[in-house]
Design a protein around this ligand. Structure first.
Ligand SMILES: O=C(O)CCC(=O)C(=O)O
Ligand SMILES: [Fe+2]
Length: 320
């Protein structure tokens, strides 16, 4: 007799059960994955919404802090490029001199007042003077008016320290060139700010600066701090800077930066370039740290107060 396997089709064998279990597991895993994929999608969509909203808010409110280059080294500016800014209240703490005290404030740059040849001659003068000593740190100054010269961690008076020897270093021609250039800077400041040039006076300090990337040794080497010239120097009403070397080729870093409430505005030094501005807190500024090379400049500044006027630097009268 044939033994029939009854109900064979209905009762699954061990293999069949195993397969079902595996299929069940696979289905459960797939649905779990579908579930986590769904929540991931929600997170991504939410993140995109947040980023989108922030970007929109940022663009709608305007870039809160920008850096604008007012003039690049390679440009040559024939006519002063003038930017007016509202005058600060600083001038109210000082006696006003009609025809001179800033009423319109601002900043301007020109490459047309001093030639590159004149700038090179002044740079050679600075190189010769500063070669006599110089700071141990990265910033040295030479003030032809007072005679102050950086030496190590302090200053010496070149006219006293070197005596008659100074006539081997500087010539009458050097002082004539300084005077000539000072006069032209005075004229362009007066014209730009609509002043009577005869009511503007050279004031102190007026100095050559040489900056390199050597580590600062004293506070005098820390030229990069933001400052306001009228606060730092008191007598200044208009500051001018005559650059004697080129940003990018003679040095890197060392750009001049106007620090406005809504951003930085930079001037890239160029030999022969004159940058000038009213000296109050409307023109808070700093110099970027020099990262390579050597930067030369002259600070030439003017006051409206005759009591703070100084004479042009001159060769001291040496005894015969
Ligand atoms: O050299 C410069 O560009 C700026 C110097 C300066 O800020 C200053 O002499 O007060
Ligand atoms: Fe300054």
């Amino acid at each position: 007799m044939t033994i029939q396997r009854r109900g064979n089709s209905k009762i699954p064998d061990a293999n069949g059960i195993e397969k079902k279990i595996k299929r069940g597991n696979a289905l459960r895993q797939a649905s779990a994955w579908r579930g986590s994929r769904g929540s991931l999608l929600v997170v991504v969509v939410a993140a995109l919404a947040v980023v989108g909203t922030l970007t929109w808010l940022y663009l709608a409110s305007g870039d809160p802090y920008t850096t604008e280059t007012l003039v690049r080294q390679a440009e040559v500016i024939a006519q002063p490029r003038v930017y007016t800014v509202d005058c600060s209240e600083d001038y109210e703490n000082y006696k006003r001199y009609p025809g001179c005290t800033p009423q319109t404030c601002g900043r301007a740059i020109t490459d047309n007042s001093v030639t590159r040849e004149e700038a090179m001659a002044l740079r050679r003068l600075a190189e010769r003077g500063l070669a006599l000593a110089g700071s141990d740190g990265g910033a040295s100054i030479l003030d032809l008016h007072s005679g102050a010269l950086s030496m190590g961690k302090q200053f010496v008076n070149i006219y006293r320290y070197f005596g008659e020897q100074i006539t081997d270093v500087f010539s009458e021609e050097d002082f004539r060139l300084y005077r000539e250039v000072r006069g032209r800077i005075q004229a362009v400041i007066a014209e730009t700010f609509d002043l009577d040039p005869s009511l503007l006076y050279l004031t102190k300090p007026t100095f050559f600066s040489r900056i390199n990337s050597t580590l600062a040794k004293t506070q005098h080497d820390e030229y990069w701090h933001p400052h306001i010239d009228k606060v730092t120097y008191g007598s200044f009403d208009y500051t001018s800077l005559l650059y004697l070397s080129d940003y990018g080729t003679d040095f890197t870093g060392g750009r001049f930066i106007f620090m406005d409430s809504n951003g930085n505005r930079t001037v890239e030094p160029r030999a022969g370039r004159v940058s000038f501005f009213s000296s109050g807190s409307e023109n808070l500024h700093r110099v970027e740290q020099v990262s390579w090379g050597t930067r030369y400049a002259i600070t030439v500044s003017f006051t409206c107060d005759p009591a703070h006027a100084i004479a042009d630097p001159a060769m001291p009268i040496t005894s015969v």
